[in-house]
Write a protein that binds this ligand. Structure first.
Ligand code: PMP
Ligand code: GLU
Length: 387
């Protein structure tokens, strides 16, 4: 009596595992500071909560169309046009239970067994696992610290083969916070057009940029949009991680496949949450920018504090709410890699960080600074003392 070969190849999500461990220790009364999961500490903005309450009271208790209500898909289309100048019809949008779910559906809809999917590394933990679940082969494209963890057209080109089916783009990046500029995006788009592969552009951190604005990949041109599946969601920009609402947008034949898959698996995302999503899409951007300003201040504090620790070297990323310091200078027997260092810090300093190896990058650690300033200052102090 055995489980499937498929699941034997899939690693559990380390970001969620670290978060669960930290939250469990906190619940047991331990004074653990959690820099683990990428989860904004803000409450969901009030108008979004009010819309959900109203949805319950007004009786939105039934199944909706599988890809989400027309109202929600129209609201998403309007948001994407307003914020990123990219145009989609409601038939080109499918809402799912979080961007993670959207990504899973998209890989299932695009990838055949043996297809290669290019993944810039360091990468977010779920990309390779989802690609494998779809029968694909993850092919990593190295984006080293020396190039500020940014994907370049040159590095990408070297990994393209006749089996390349898709590229996963993630700007701003989890775990590095790296943001790609327009020129880099154009170079990548040129390769995608020339070699005819899909681009799955995960833009969930699009709103969290400090400095130059976000470049929306499908907004580059009509031709690029025809080969791109845009993925985004409510979790990060609207502090809605627990609500589980994300979406994918792209050519209608792909989105029909995504919707058909969803119709045989989870059906529509929660009806009440969809109403909240409509309110999120209508929230004035100034509300989101208030949170962005707070994140920027925290980023600066975190980077400064980390660089003040001997043996740590930390770039200042332009987006998301993560930093990805080089911690090789802290390695010693007993804490000789990122996993051991993470265990050491949780044990000695009661600080939870995610080891770089979870993202394919040994020698680094990821800190999420989507947490309060007090926690950041105290956490950095504890790390400094422990090492
Ligand atoms: N993509 C990236 C890069 C992420 O960091 C996350 C974080 N959870 C997701 C997608 C999925 O977000 P959610 O499922 O909460 O929408
Ligand atoms: N995306 C967040 C992170 O990387 C949340 C956890 C997850 O979904 O993996 O920490």
């Amino acid at each position: 009596m055995d489980i499937s070969e498929r699941m034997k190849q899939v690693a559990p999500s380390m970001t969620l595992a670290i978060d669960a461990k930290a939250k469990k220790l906190q619940a047991e009364g331990q004074d653990v500071l959690n820099f683990g999961a990428g989860e904004p500490d803000f409450n969901t903005p009030v108008p979004i909560c009010e819309a959900a309450k109203k949805a319950i009271d007004e009786g939105h208790h039934k199944y909706t169309p599988v890809p989400g209500t027309l109202e929600l898909r129209k609201a998403i289309a309007q948001y994407l046009e307003r914020e990123y100048k990219v145009k989609y019809e409601p038939t080109e949008i499918v809402a799912s239970c979080g961007a993670k779910h959207s990504l899973y559906n998209v890989f299932m809809a695009l990838v055949n067994p043996g297809d290669e999917v290019l993944i810039p590394s360091p990468y977010w933990v779920s990309y390779p696992e989802q690609v494998k679940l779809a029968g694909g082969v993850p092919v990593f494209v190295d984006c080293p610290e020396s190039s500020e963890f940014k994907l370049t057209a040159e590095a990408l080109k070297a990994k393209i083969t006749p089996r390349t089916k898709a590229l996963v783009l993630n700007s701003p990046s989890n775990p590095t916070g790296a943001v790609l500029g327009r020129k880099a995006m154009e170079g990548i788009a040129e390769l995608a057009l020339r070699h005819k592969f899909w681009v799955v552009s995960d833009e969930i951190y699009a709103k969290l940029v400090y400095g130059e604005g976000h470049v929306c990949f499908p907004a580059l041109s009509k031709e690029v949009a025809a080969q791109t599946i845009l993925v985004n969601g409510m979790s990060k920009a609207f502090a809605m991680t627990g609500w589980r609402l994300g979406y994918a947008a792209g050519p209608s034949n792909v989105m029909k496949a995504v919707s058909d898959l969803q119709g045989q698996s989870t059906s529509n995302p929660t009806a009440i949450v969809q109403k909240a999503g409509v309110a999120a899409m209508a929230l004035p951007d100034s509300e989101v920018q208030k949170m962005v300003a707070v994140f920027q201040k925290r980023r600066d504090m975190t980077v400064e504090g980390l660089n003040a620790i001997p043996g740590v070297k930390c770039l200042k990323p332009a987006g998301a709410f993560y930093v990805f310091p080089n911690v090789k200078g802290l390695f010693k027997p007993g804490r000789s890699n990122s996993m051991e260092l993470s265990e050491y810090l949780l044990d000695k300093a009661k600080v939870a960080l995610t080891p770089g190896i979870a993202f394919g990058a040994e020698g680094y650690m990821r800190l999420s600074y989507a947490t309060g300033e007090k926690v950041i200052l105290e956490g950095l102090k504890r790390i400094r003392e422990a090492v």
